[in-house]
Unconditional design. Structure first.
Length: 391
């Protein structure tokens, strides 16, 4: 699988109205509404301590003529179009902009801000993705240094570098395999941050002074042609342990994705198995685990995605299906669920709210772009292909 697969018929089938998806799960009994829209390739979601919702936007690159890099046979163009948007008291706005972004000529399949996490109101941490060999950054010149990093965002939206995560992969290479870095998820904690490197099959810890160390390495998978686990998300569980979901590598076999439980200093242990292409997870206050599956099908990364609820006893319930390129799920302080989707669509990304209790919140109007309505894209589709040789 490479880059883009266009299919108007498939896109039309998954672009069903939100009204038809209401009350999908009678046991949840919630409605689905769009609360943020017009986003450029939205990725990770997070709430700050005040209850404001943030979404990392990978951007749309810079288009033909901008500095570019060739990754696995496709050209990606640089642009300072990455951003972080916030929903606060019904108002959607950019709070940080001008962050690095790489995307194809049409702005799709962007790599840029991939996740955000908070430790206090004034401490937002943003992971900037790369999805490739760390040395590829050199092809972009000075702007290349912005990728594969952790940055700290201040309340006024300014961002400053904290740690060179791709550089750590290049020098340490925790899993001892092909050099590949893609900082995709971040969990901010009181005196450090835990970052998931999807390309490096590892979790790293960044101290307050920027020092980086290996926190965990994911086991290789027999179901993947390369053995890569491709971790995509990390959260704390009710027991204080870390829980990590994996996408898996080619051929992305249904049932091969799983969730690991990790305790500091110990090897990852399987917690739940039998999923398809996990892209994010989160727990609610009752100990239910919500699992966002990016794709469906026996193999590959075909649409649609879905959101599952796994009860503490292991019982699984589908909360919402028919999702298009979903990228993140977060449980709100009030128990409602939020999901970002159209995660590869410049200008077509949005955030859904799944109400689990009566709520007076007023949803935004749906604003789908023509791009989102007519394009079906693969995601992480070429992570396992051999690295292109550098010029």
């Amino acid at each position: 699988m490479r880059s883009v697969i266009s299919s108007r018929k498939a896109a039309a089938a998954v672009a069903e109205s939100l009204e038809s998806r209401r009350h999908f799960d009678a046991t949840i009994g919630g409605d689905v509404s769009v609360v943020m829209s017009g986003l450029d390739c939205p990725r990770g979601l997070a709430f700050d301590p005040r209850g404001a919702l943030y979404v990392a936007e990978a951007g749309r690159g810079g288009g033909v003529g901008a500095p570019s890099v060739i990754q696995r046979g496709s050209t990606f163009y640089y642009g300072a179009t990455g951003a972080v948007s916030r929903l606060w008291k019904g108002v959607q706005e950019h709070v940080a902009s001008g962050l690095p972004s790489l995307a194809m000529a049409n702005g799709s399949r962007a790599e840029g801000p991939s996740d955000i996490s908070f430790q206090g109101v004034g401490s937002g941490y943003v992971a900037i993705a790369l999805e490739g060999n760390p040395n590829l950054r050199e092809q972009l010149g000075d702007v290349g240094t912005g990728f594969g990093r952790l940055v700290r965002m201040t309340p006024d939206g300014r961002c400053a570098p904290v740690a060179d995560l791709a550089g750590y992969e290049a020098t340490v290479n925790p899993d001892g395999r092909q050099l590949d870095s893609d900082p995709y998820s971040v969990l901010a904690e009181p005196d450090h941050q835990i970052i998931v490197d999807a390309g490096g099959n590892s979790l790293v810890r960044v101290e307050a002074n920027g020092e980086i160390s290996t926190f965990a390495v994911l086991p290789t998978l027999a179901t993947s042609t390369s053995g890569d686990a491709v971790p995509t998300c990390v959260t704390r569980g009710p027991d204080g342990a870390y829980y990590v979901g994996i996408l898996t590598g080619l051929p992305f076999t249904n049932g091969a994705a799983r969730i690991y439980r990790i305790v500091s200093g110990e090897a990852p242990v399987e917690f739940r198995t039998g999923f398809k292409a996990i892209i994010d997870i989160d727990f609610d206050a009752a100990g239910n685990l919500f699992v966002l599956q990016h794709s469906s099908g026996a193999t590959g990364l075909a649409l649609p995605g879905s959101l599952l609820r796994v009860a503490p006893d292991g019982t699984r319930t589908t909360v919402l299906s028919g999702l298009t390129n979903p990228t993140s799920v977060v449980v709100a302080p009030d128990g409602d669920l939020y999901v970002s989707e159209f995660g590869l669509s410049p200008g077509g990304g949005r955030v859904l709210r799944i109400a689990t209790a009566p709520n007076s919140a007023v949803p935004f109007n749906v604003r789908n772009s023509s791009f989102a309505a007519t394009t079906n894209l693969t995601f992480f589709g070429d992570l396992e292909e051999p690295e292109e040789s550098l010029p």
